[in-house]
Design a protein around this ligand. Sequence first.
Ligand SMILES: [Zn+2]
Length: 250
Amino acid sequence: MQFPKLNLHIHSNYSDGKQTIIKIVDKSLKLELEYIAITDHFTNSWKAWVSKLNNNEIITEYLREISICQNHLIRNHKHLTLLKGIEIDLASTEQFIKKRLKADRFELILFEYLQSYETIAFVKNIVHHWKKQIIDKNKFPVLGLAHFDPSYFILTNLDVLMRFLKEYNIYFEFNSSYPSFYSPKYKRFFDKLREYEIPVGIGCDSHNLKSLDNYGEPLEMIKYYNLERNFDILINLLDFKYKNKQEISI
Ligand SMILES: [Zn+2]
């Protein structure tokens, strides 16, 4: 089975990445990647300084830049699907997230630092808010957990976590920058992902062009834990929503 080359976790110079969006897209084309997502930080926690995406004007400019690249790819029939993403720091305040972020402007939203059952309740609250706002279900973004660390949950009843991921259709990210998170000591966690058919994806947490195609090791881990079907579920979801996107007016 041939899996697509993808990296759904990339930072540009809108947050702590080194490169412009256009250079990232250009290099991804050269590397023959098939799916990428620009996912800059969104936060008002202690690390708010890492990102410029904290007001509507800059978010609009960021999305506009990605749209221009998306149109360019579509117009030139390139085999690269580019997604408008963002990575929400769950240490941000509820008010900041609800007020500043309109979820239907994005195609992929990552949550970082899901480390407790209290934070699961926080995410549910945010997603419910978005569900009320977004009437057209096709405009609802794909949701994922960025560099999720299983150690916070491994000693608990994993079914509660799995039911949450299943119900809210949130995928688990194999992140090449955090290989310790897919250590065999978490086998029970990965077995549960398989049992519940939770989608899994790959993100390289790229902050420069060199790490854009670091998807090899995560892919090996997906095979090691027999999660190919889970990976397939995510690809199908991305294809269903974004593969045949039309050019949009900017
Ligand atoms: Zn990141």
